[in-house]
Design a protein around this ligand. Structure first.
Ligand SMILES: C[S@@+](CC[C@H](N)C(=O)[O-])C[C@H]1O[C@@H](n2cnc3c(N)ncnc32)[C@H](O)[C@@H]1O
Length: 225
């Protein structure tokens, strides 16, 4: 199954904008975003001496993305998010922490994926993707089979896909499709708990919301075989 961006146009995200940016945040955005923005179709972010390129899809408020970039100065992080106010948080955080190992795409990750060569990434994070509960909206879910095949293409052999969700139906949906694809190994050891995230996996805003609303979260790591 191949990924055809031209026919894969269902909108997979909700709002593209929240409140207008304050003048102070707008100034940081104007100054810093051009330095961080990855031009689709241009060369990949210059990894310099960095070992690997990791991608976070739909980073929301950027808590996890910024944490990973700060914790791993030897890795280059690429984040894609269409929600302007989330991108503004990433831009502000990168400016405050002087991060030099972060690139951003303010927009749809499907454009990033379509522009990436095979085996470009060592790790991909998809944390709490929009669940699109109604059956007539399932076509808007990111983790459809053709998208999973595209993640597989851009990951290096042995590369890792991390996925989290608080929506059990979406967990089942995703596990079914990953299994059907057949190219993924579930990495948890027998007896380990997929309801606990590891120490190298900080919480996100949506995870906290799920906790407040009493929904247990599920965390998975898969390797490309
Ligand atoms: C439920 S939120 C979770 C945000 C964050 N990962 C967290 O855990 O707090 C899902 C995010 O995915 C983003 N998203 C949805 N479709 C996307 C796409 N095609 N490309 C990039 N991001 C997308 C949405 O804008 C939203 O910010």
């Amino acid at each position: 199954m191949t990924f055809d961006r031209a026919s894969n146009t269902y909108r997979t995200f909700g709002r593209a904008k929240g409140r207008p940016l304050s003048p102070r945040v707008q100034a940081v955005w104007d100054e810093t975003l051009p330095k961080l923005q990855w031009a689709i179709g241009g060369p990949l972010p210059d990894l310099g001496a960095k070992d690997e390129l990791w991608l976070e899809i739909g980073f929301g408020g950027a808590e996890h993305l910024l944490w990973q970039a700060e914790a791993h100065p030897d890795i280059h992080l690429l984040g894609a998010e269409p929600f302007m106010n989330g991108v503004a948080k990433a831009v502000r955080g990168a400016a405050e922490a002087n991060l030099e190992n972060l690139s951003l795409h303010h927009g749809d990750v499907r454009d990033v994926l379509a522009a990436l060569p095979d085996n470009a990434l060592s790790r991909i994070f998809i944390l709490f993707p929009d669940p699109w509960h109604k059956s007539r909206h399932h076509k808007r879910r990111l983790l459809r089979s053709e998208f999973i095949a595209e993640l597989y293409r851009v990951l290096k052999p042995g590369g890792e896909l991390r996925f989290a969700s608080d929506i059990i139906h979406y967990v089942d949906w995703t596990l079914t499709r990953l299994k059907k694809h057949g190219g993924w190994t579930f990495t948890h050891d027998v007896g380990s708990d997929w309801r606990v995230r590891g120490d190298d996996w900080p919480g996100t805003r949506y995870e906290a919301k799920a906790g407040r609303e009493g929904r247990p979260c599920h965390y998975f790591k898969f390797l490309k075989t």
